[in-house]
Structure formats: structure tokens, C-alpha cells
Design a protein around this ligand. Sequence first.
Ligand SMILES: Cc1cc2nc3c(=O)[nH]c(=O)nc-3n(C[C@H](O)[C@H](O)[C@H](O)COP(=O)(O)O)c2cc1C
Length: 357
Amino acid sequence: MGLNNESRLRKLEHVDVVLKERVEGPNTTWFEYVFLVHQASSEIPLSIVNIETSFLKKVLKAPLIITGMTGGAPGTEEINGKLAEAAEKFGIALGVGSQRAAVEDPGVEQTFRIVREYAKNVPVIGNIGAHEFVRYDLDKISKLIEMINADALAVHLNLTQEVAQPEGTPDFSGLMSKVRLYTREFSTPLMIKEVGQGLSYEVVKELSEAGVKIFDVAGAGGTNWVLVEKYRARKKNDKLKELIAENVADWGIPTAASIIEARRAAPESVIIGSGGIRSSVDAVKALRIGADLVGLAAPVLRAYYGGYLEEFLQAFIHGIKALVALTGSKDLNELRRKPVVITSILREWLACRGFSV
Ligand SMILES: Cc1cc2nc3c(=O)[nH]c(=O)nc-3n(C[C@H](O)[C@H](O)[C@H](O)COP(=O)(O)O)c2cc1C
């Protein structure tokens, strides 16, 4: 079997495992240590709450992005098409999954290109793993952007997953110099994202000094790729890899801590809070502690397969508006000035890291 087929099948296996197995945790997001204060007499009617947010020179109706998941395999054209249709309808941003399969086999480009048939006005983000990003020449990188007329290109740092993956390639050497080259040569912004272990202050600081202005923290507490790899290894009867995955499954920076770290490291950058955002309450907490927008992956996929994608997004966005009103705020700027209570482990984490609470 050629590499093309292998990487395509892997994408399908990932979707299957995410839908069927328990792949979240064992860490939590630490949003349970963050509280916003309910204001019972708020006189802000929902009709005047404005949660619009500008992102990549476009205005989103809600501070939301469906983060990169799929493309490149049979059946993924339909998923990406439906996600794009929903993103356009609700005025939110959309990422595609790793475009590596389409670089290796242009025959599957349409599974990515489809997003632009629907998402005509909202930002669309391309995607490639750091391992490939370092190795691709500038022509190949341009192709990723052109394929979907991307508003930004996301490079995902999935080192923990690579370590735990049967066919993984845990080697990012050359990353920083390639990021510097990219930010010099390309006008399309670069986004750096994790995939479930979170971005630290140090990583965000170094990359922002290299010219990156958008970070998606994808912290621990949501979809855990090490657990995804554990179940894949189990299916293949690869006991060694299954045990390796189990041994590192609780590695990572919980999402709430990662958002605060990223915001401290890059005060002027766009910070996307993601990784285990499962309710509108999680979302407003993320927006209050430093996120400009929030990202969702697995819950959107489950809603798509469950046949309730639009209701899911409508309820989620309605919930954000309602909670902004319940803090006594008219918009996200006001929300960000409202009191926040940070307790317990998260408070200790911030103190140990030398951040004022
Ligand atoms: C089925 C699936 C496939 C994914 N594929 C990619 C990918 O190709 N590239 C990427 O950067 N992240 C990928 N992710 C990671 C998500 O973008 C996100 O960072 C992560 O799942 C955490 O968000 P969540 O807890 O809301 O799922 C994928 C996630 C899921 C659920």
C-alpha cells in the first residue's frame, strides 16, 4: 500500500475512533476552576447583545471557529461541504484537516476545495503538520493556500501524537527557521496550533518573535490524540504502541492554563481557545481569560453525524449571547472587563509560572 492510501485511511480511522471510543481526558480543561459572576438583575436584553468579532479581515457573527479535522479520504468531501455550509450560514470560521493527502495525490484535492463552494465569505484556514511544513518547498506550501484560497495556513504541532503513533515521525527540527522563512515570503498569515496538548508561554513567545500572529492553543481536556492512537494501536494488536500511548496520555497543558499562557506571551496576537470547549459556559470563560475566539472540533463532528449540526451551532451561539448578557455585558469587550474568579490548581499553576492571577 502506498503512502497516499495509508495517510488517507488514517484520516478515516481517526474519525471512526473519535466517534466510537472515549478519547477525551484524562486531563480536564481546568475551566472548572474559572468562574464568571452571574448578575441576576442584568437589564441587557438578548436582542442587543453583539458578539461579532473580526478575524482575518472578515467579520464573524460569533467568535467561533470549527477547527481543522478532515479531507483527503473518501466521504470527507461531503463532511467538509456540510461544515462549510454551516460555517457560512452562521458566519463563523472554518479550518480543514491536514492537506497532506492532497499534496501527495492531487486526485483528492476536491475533498478540500469543496469548502470554498459554500464558505464564500467566512475565513477558511488551510492545514499541514509541522513535520511536512518543514520538509515542503515553498511551491508546495503555496499550493496548500491556493487549493482552498485560504485566509490563513495552520501548522499543527502534534509532537505528542507523533511519539505515540505507530507510524509517527516525531521530528520537528528546522521548524523555527521555516516559520521565519514563511513569514518573510508569504502574505497569508500563519497560524500555529496544537492538537490537544496545549501551547506554553515559551512556545508562543518564540513563535510570535518569529512573526506568527495567530495561535490556537488546543489544550488538554478535550480530544486527546494520544488516546486516539492508543485505540488505533489496539486495533492493530500493537501492544507496545498501545502501552506507549497509555504512558503519555495525561501529558499536556489544560486548556484554561494554556489560554492564559498564550495571552501573556503574545498580548497583541489572536488567541484561539480550544481543546475541550464543550458548552457555551466553557466558551465565555475562555473569552474572558484571554481568547479572542473559541474553537470546536469533535463536538461538531458528532453533531454532523448525529444529524443536528445546525441546531448544535445555533444553541451554542445562543448560549454565548445569553451568558454575555447574564454577566451584565452588551458585547465581548464588556465581558472581558467583568470579574473572573480563578481558584485552586489553576491559581497555583499561574503563581508557579510567575503570572499574576
Ligand atoms: C476527527 C478529527 C480529526 C482532526 N484532524 C486534524 C488535522 O488534520 N489537523 C489539525 O491541525 N487538527 C486536527 N484535529 C484536531 C482539532 O483541530 C482540535 O485541535 C482538537 O480536536 C481539540 O479540539 P476538541 O477538543 O474540540 O476536539 C482533528 C480533530 C478531530 C476530532
